[in-house]
Design a protein around this ligand. Structure first.
Ligand code: UFG
Length: 380
């Protein structure tokens, strides 16, 4: 069993990974500022993992799992704050006398369009946040890190599929910040012996846990295809706009490598195990299925799987998009024996199970009459 710190662990990918890690028997400490995540997500994770006794012990601290130390600890905190990070690394109640064995760094901003209007915010949260985290890891003697990187680093490329050795040519501030952190981590790994680092370049993570209890809960209008399509299915949005019908693809719509978030979460579990079992190294791995699906294929699969009709209209291309983005995932299989197991139909079924049961995401559950999420217990 390892004690693992998840920054951004209350978000979409972090919460699913938290569940996978708890189910594998690890102890988890989460730091999240709730800018795009919710304590409710982790309350549900604790339920799905079969942990007893989810409770709020302070305005910014929750725990679950009987016994000392707790199996899951959630702290409200900002990755740019050395104080918040030290608090997580030093939470004796969360980890007993041992320390944090490894960090999975999910916390960050991820909207491409927003990054073009607010570049400083992206550099601050994504890059300064990573610097502060690495400094904190240095202070606390932790040298194992899994970093959420992105296929956005490959920019617009004609290569199909894309191997990890493809040139990095990000085209927006979000992509530049991911490239900068990857570079920084390579420098850190080269500077001092002992680092175990995995840079995981995600393709298009979608879907939800099959229970429908946890899933993606975007703030405002979703930027990405899958959550938008789910909201159209739920009647929250009138129709889907398909960005471009004249791409050089089989049906003219953009092709992406969609991977089920549970496959991605399991990929993080494998990355952690692989880093811990092998000598210090820096691993750079694509996480994708290796299969491409067009926008219209996704729409048709969602309709067929869930017995629904999705209204859509083909409109202009979105600036900055590319025709095709598909992973070459063979390195991930070679290094850690991981590959995606779930299909596009699984993605559509599970994504809809989440959306239809939680039409307003986690916010809906705050408003259920007669039920309070927050029970502050005095700390004795
Ligand atoms: N699309 C539509 N309509 C929409 C939204 C998207 O037709 O309302 C199309 C896009 O043009 C594209 C496909 O659906 O062809 C997927 O678009 P997404 O916005 O869901 O995903 P992207 O591939 O553009 O980008 C995502 C993340 C990035 C990440 C990248 C990695 O948003 O952060 O995957 O490949 F870097």
């Amino acid at each position: 069993m390892a004690t693992v710190l998840l920054t951004g662990g209350a978000g979409f990918i972090g919460s699913h990974t938290c569940l996978v890690l708890l189910e594998a028997g690890h102890r988890v400490v989460v730091v999240d500022d709730f800018s795009n995540g919710s304590p409710e997500a982790l309350r549900r994770v604790s339920e799905l993992a079969g942990l007893e006794g989810w409770r709020q012990l302070a305005p910014d601290r929750w725990v679950a799992g009987d016994g000392q130390p707790a199996l899951l600890t959630l702290l409200k905190g900002d990755v740019r704050s050395p104080r918040d990070l030290d608090r997580a690394f030093e939470d004796r109640e969360a980890m007993g006398d041992g320390g944090i064995d490894a960090v999975l760094h999910f916390a960050g901003l991820k909207a491409v369009g927003e990054s073009m209007g607010q570049p400083l915010r992206y550099w601050d949260v994504n890059v300064v946040g990573a610097v502060r985290l690495l400094e904190a890891m240095g202070r606390h003697g932790c040298q194992t890190l899994v970093f959420s990187s992105s296929a956005t680093l490959y920019g617009i490329t004609d290569r199909v599929p894309i191997p990890e050795t493809a040139p990095l040519q990000p085209i927006n501030p979000y992509g530049y910040t991911k490239a900068a952190v990857e570079r920084m981590l390579a420098d850190v790994a080269a500077s001092t012996a002992g680092w175990r680092i995995a840079l995981l370049r995600y393709f298009n993570p979608v879907g939800a846990h099959p229970s429908g209890r946890i899933g993606e809960d975007p703030n405002g209008v979703p930027n990405n295809l899958f959550p938008f399509l789910c909201q159209v299915a739920a009647g929250r949005r009138q129709r889907l706009e398909v960005f471009g019908g004249d791409w050089p693809t089989a049906d003219g719509t953009g092709v992406r490598d969609y991977l089920h978030v549970m496959d991605l979460a399991e990929g993080h579990g494998r990355a952690l195990e692989t880093l811990q079992a092998a000598p210090p190294q820096l691993l750079t791995l694509n996480l994708g299925s290796g299969r491409g699906h067009s926008v219209l294929e996704l729409v048709r699969s969602f309709e067929a799987t869930n017995g629904l009709t999705l209204p859509y209209a083909v409109v202009e291309r979105r600036p900055g998009d590319s025709a095709i983005s598909v992973a070459d995932p063979r390195e991930a299989e070679r290094h850690m024996g991981w590959r995606t197991r779930r299909s596009l139909a699984d993605i559509c079924r599970d994504g809809w199970a989440w959306q239809s049961a939680n039409p307003e995401g986690y916010r809906g559950s705050d408003r259920q009459p007669g039920r309070s999420l927050i029970q502050v217990q005095p700390v004795s």
